[in-house]
Ligand binder design. Structure first.
Ligand SMILES: *Cc1c(COP(=O)(O)O)cnc(C)c1O
Length: 254
């Protein structure tokens, strides 16, 4: 497999050109940077001054820190066993449930840490919802050692026009919930909602930051099939031999 980092820079610049200059970019480098090699990709992104990195598990973030990556790193699936690494390696957990929130507060025991609050606005996978808001707000207010770096949500159908009204509804719910948290905190964390197809199709919801994933690797996630992105990964092999066979001949075992 060949990885073309030049193509990745091209893709990054393309996405930047579709965003407002002030909009920050969190590059998703989860799952070994979508199979491309997290260390190399993260290094490149750090050189190009990306604002944030996103990984799935704390281990991935630790690996990046050991390879001189100093960018802020959000961990999407933090677990209690990972809290120590999260704090020791200056990683920033996504907090999506009261169970996680309370365990982390208990673990921190007053120490400061930056966290990212996720709302479920319609994906119905991870996240707090509207009914959680009063308890969430009072818990954050009582534990000011938790610095809310960002508030975010995830769109369920950013890639398809048939879901645009659903996306619009998700964005409206997101903004209402996020603003209530910001008002209660007395400061404004970064807001982010869009993944790659969202950046391309729904740029009016870019808020303060976007989460760029598959598009960075050269895959157009929309049905629009545009050719502005360059493929980053190419899988190559060698054909060892070609046989001409007659109809009815057999090939290989059995
Ligand atoms: C993977 C991921 C992204 C990036 O999505 P792409 O469609 O690959 O751009 C954004 N947000 C979250 C929460 C993710 O898990």
């Amino acid at each position: 497999m060949e990885i073309d980092l030049g193509a990745m820079v091209h893709n990054l610049n393309y996405f930047k050109s579709r965003l407002k200059p002030a909009t920050r970019i969190m590059a998703m480098v989860k799952a070994f940077a979508y199979g491309s090699g997290s260390r190399e990709v993260a290094n490149l992104l750090q050189y190009h001054k990306i604002d944030y990195l996103g990984v799935a598990y704390a281990d991935e973030g630790v690996e990046l820190r050991k390879n001189n990556i100093h960018l802020p790193i959000m961990v999407m699936n933090p677990s209690a066993e990972a809290f120590e690494n999260i704090v020791n390696y200056s990683l920033e957990p996504e907090i999506y449930s009261f169970s996680l929130l309370n365990q982390f507060i208990h673990f921190l025991d007053g120490k400061a840490c930056r966290v990212h609050i996720k709302f479920d606005t319609g994906m119905h996978r991870l996240g707090f919802n509207e009914t959680d808001l009063p308890v969430l707000i009072s818990t954050l207010q009582q534990n000011s050692n938790l610095q809310v770096a960002s508030i975010f949500s995830h769109l369920a159908g950013a890639d398809e026009a048939q879901h645009d009204s659903y996306s619009k509804q998700q964005a409206a719910i997101f903004l209402t919930l996020a603003n209530q948290v910001s008002d209660a905190l007395g400061y404004k964390p970064l807001y982010h909602l869009l993944n790659s197809p969202g950046i391309l199709r729904l740029p009016h919801y870019q808020f303060d930051m976007v989460r760029l994933g598959i598009g960075l690797y050269g895959i157009d996630p929309t049905a629009e099939g545009n050719s502005y992105l360059k493929p980053v990964a190419t899988l190559k092999t060698v054909v060892s031999q070609v046989h001409e066979l007659k109809e009815g001949d057999t090939v290989g075992y059995g």
